[in-house]
Design a protein around this ligand. Structure first.
Ligand code: 9J3
Ligand code: ZN
Length: 312
């Protein structure tokens, strides 16, 4: 359900009306003005929908707009040295150049085992151009395990919102995490330990912990049918199945794809990641059409499971 800033006015109207009946032209005038305001709120046309969600950014989406290599926002980037941060290994922040649309939600993204930020760099401008601040990180060491990557996926947005040069552009209440392989396993760890995260997207995730009943953050798990490093049967699928059914969750299995599909530009990953982040970080129901009804199998989708979004 979307927010409706007008509706809190309504309950006050009857009391004002009783006061008006007790006399006083000025009060009667106030009631008329109040009724006009309430009426405007109630009768406003489709244009009012946008104003009802303060987190909505950018034009109404289409399949073409979320499949495109870039979205509507021009993107700038700034490098963060490992020497100026603690708790993770630095990275690159990609952000919409314009400040005209206010703040944006943000997502931190971890690479996998032995990988660096370059292995997930394509997601930086791809997601930022749709209206997010995106922080692709390096880990403290490339051998860090999923639990460590999970902690680093929390340290990075803390730096982003508290100390970074773009902190004023970020809405610190609207944060998400993504990651590849052990970074995907780390995304589950991060969501488990910080339920205030608004979205998590593990990509061909790897973790020794197979069960995630603690996760309440809306989570889209992306597996690959040809993954022999983190086989979906022992990673992505049990991770998805173990998420509580009351948690908004989905499982997207890429067709004819390997463990390394998330390491190069991938339109299916981008399309559903954008939709998930928009729907749950920005509460933007304009993107629900891409998640519900559930996508059908296709040349690029081996399987899709999940629920139509439960909540605002
Ligand atoms: O981050 C990953 O690619 C995890 C897959 C892996 O290398 O597991 C072996 C321990
Ligand atoms: Zn567990």
């Amino acid at each position: 359900m979307q927010q409706h800033p007008h509706t809190p006015v309504t309950p006050e109207a009857p009391a004002a009306a009783r006061a008006a009946r007790r006399g006083g032209r000025r009060l009667a005038g106030t009631v008329a003005a109040l009724a006009a305001v309430v009426g405007l709120g109630t009768l406003a046309g489709p244009g009012a929908q946008a104003a009802d969600n303060p987190y909505e950014r950018g034009p109404a989406p289409t399949h073409a707009s979320i499949e495109a290599s870039r979205g509507p926002y021009a993107v700038s980037e700034t490098s963060v040295s490992s020497l100026v941060v603690t708790g993770f290994g630095g990275g690159t922040i990609y952000y919409p150049t314009s400040t005209a649309d206010g703040t944006f939600g943000a997502v931190a993204i971890s690479p996998g085992y032995t990988g660096t930020q370059s292995s997930i760099a394509w997601l930086g401008p791809r997601l930022a151009s749709q209206g997010f601040v995106v922080f692709t990180i390096d880990t403290n060491t490339t051998l860090d395990q999923p639990d460590s990557r999970g902690r680093q996926l929390l340290a990075a947005p803390d730096y982003l919102t508290e100390r970074s040069s773009v902190r004023s552009r970020v809405d610190a209440t609207r944060l998400g995490v993504m990651g590849h392989s052990m970074g995907g396993g780390g995304s589950l760890e991060a969501a488990k330990s910080r339920p205030s995260l608004q979205a998590a997207i593990p990509l061909t995730p790897w973790n020794l912990d197979k069960t995630w009943p603690e996760v309440t953050t809306p989570t889209l798990i992306v597996g690959a049918d040809g993954d022999s490093i983190a086989p979906v049967s022992s990673h992505a699928e049990p991770f998805y199945t173990s998420l509580p059914s009351r948690t908004d969750r989905a499982y997207l299995e890429l067709n004819n794809a390997t463990h390394f599909a998330p390491n190069t530009s991938n339109t299916t990953i981008a399309k559903y990641s954008i939709s998930w982040l928009k729907r749950f970080i920005d509460n933007d129901t304009r993107y629900e059409q891409f998640l519900c009804p559930l996508p059908s199998p296709s040349l690029t989708i081996e399987e899709y499971r999940g629920n139509c979004p439960h909540t605002s």
